[in-house]
Design a protein around this ligand. Structure first.
Ligand code: AMP
Ligand code: MG
Length: 340
């Protein structure tokens, strides 16, 4: 199948594809999503097939209005309504009890469904014009870093999907926060664009074990997607945390044979000059975690383009946006973490 790249002016081509049970990649404010009619099992199957996504990993449904959301769920905790009011449209997915019209293929067999209203004009127009709730996971091959540009989607899914709606680079660069609102206090399943600090201004939030995990354990996480290796380049990724990160990385590099191993570092602007003889990829300033989030997946993809064998990543703070970034980095590293 030939994959068309559509401009914003060609949005109606994407609308028609969705109405006809096809899947289409489109930009959201977080990352690119691979969307299909959430109420059409055959259409949703195409998403799983194109991504190579395990069937037990549920999809987030994207809506354009609260009225559309109310059709998909049975009950909403009053504090969840407050969160909707405050954070939608935006990078917050709420897990709620699903209504009968949501097929189980979307929810990976669960009785709950994750829903959000994205804050991106193309995504909203696409959903409004198709008049459909759109199930959409990130538009990458399963296991690869999520796509933040149309070219990333093309690199992974060309010939597997009919079209990509190109809206340039996405703003946030990390996925939405996933919050389970079927338990109280609400439970943070995946950190993302909305921080736990922001959520706690409105409601009580507990962190699921999967959020901070630095070891892959055997306990069943509540968010099935959190158990899979994720965001990974082909290179070996090692995350280095602690007080003296650059000197620890330089020490670790000395143990490598640089004639046979191509080594790189993902470094912050403050410390990038401390590495010599290595390929240095700049994440952004430690004082601007949003910038680092926006660059992250592109840099992880560049690691492969540069054919690095081994890459050390400087650890960051675990709070605010750092919680989401560090969660992704721990997974990209396959939980290989060194403390300095
Ligand atoms: P993605 O769409 O690729 O960003 O992944 C969606 C994430 O949301 C995965 O981590 C899923 O496990 C999680 N998710 C989606 N639906 C549910 C649900 N009903 N319960 C718990 N987690 C969910
Ligand atoms: Mg994903």
């Amino acid at each position: 199948m030939k994959t068309q790249i559509l401009t914003a002016e060609q949005l109606d081509v994407a609308v028609e594809l969705l109405k006809n049970g096809e899947c289409v990649a489109f930009p959201t404010e977080t990352v690119y999503g691979l969307g299909a009619n959430a109420l059409d099992e055959e259409a949703v199957k195409k998403i799983f097939l194109a991504k190579g996504r395990p069937a037990d990993n549920p999809l987030i449904i994207h809506c354009a209005s609260k009225a559309q959301v109310f059709n998909l769920v049975t009950e909403i905790h009053p504090e969840a309504e407050i969160l909707m009011k405050h954070f939608w449209p935006g990078p917050l997915s709420l897990v709620l009890s699903k209504s009968d019209i949501v097929p189980k293929i979307v929810t990976g067999g669960l009785d709950t469904v994750a829903i959000r209203i994205p804050d991106h004009p193309l995504a909203l127009t696409l959903i409004e014009r198709s008049e459909l709730p759109i199930a959409a996971p990130s538009a990458n091959t399963s296991g690869k870093p999520s796509p933040t540009r149309a070219s990333h989607v093309y690199a992974d899914l060309a010939s597997k999907i009919p079209a990509i709606l190109d809206g340039g680079s996405t703003g946030w660069g990390v996925e939405s926060t996933v919050l389970d609102c079927t338990v109280y206090p609400f439970r943070l399943l995946r950190p993302g664009g909305v921080t736990v600090e922001e959520l706690r201004e409105f409601t009580a939030v507990e962190l699921d074990a999967g959020v901070y995990e630095d070891q892959q354990n055997n306990e069943k996480p509540r968010s099935p997607g959190m158990k899979y290796r994720h965001y990974s380049p082909n290179a070996t990724v090692i995350l280095v945390e602690g007080d003296n990160i650059p000197s620890r990385i330089n020490q670790l590099v000395k143990e490598q044979d640089l004639t046979t191993t191509k080594v790189g570092v993902l470094a912050t602007s403050e410390t990038k000059q401390l590495y010599s003889g290595l390929t240095v990829l700049e994440m952004g300033s430690r004082t601007d975690l949003r910038q680092i989030a926006a660059n992250l997946y592109h840099l992880l993809r560049q690691v492969d383009e540069l054919e690095l064998d081994l890459v050390y990543v400087e650890g960051l703070t675990n709070d605010q946006m750092g919680m989401a970034i560090m969660n992704r980095l721990r997974k990209a590293a396959g939980y290989k973490v060194v403390y300095s």
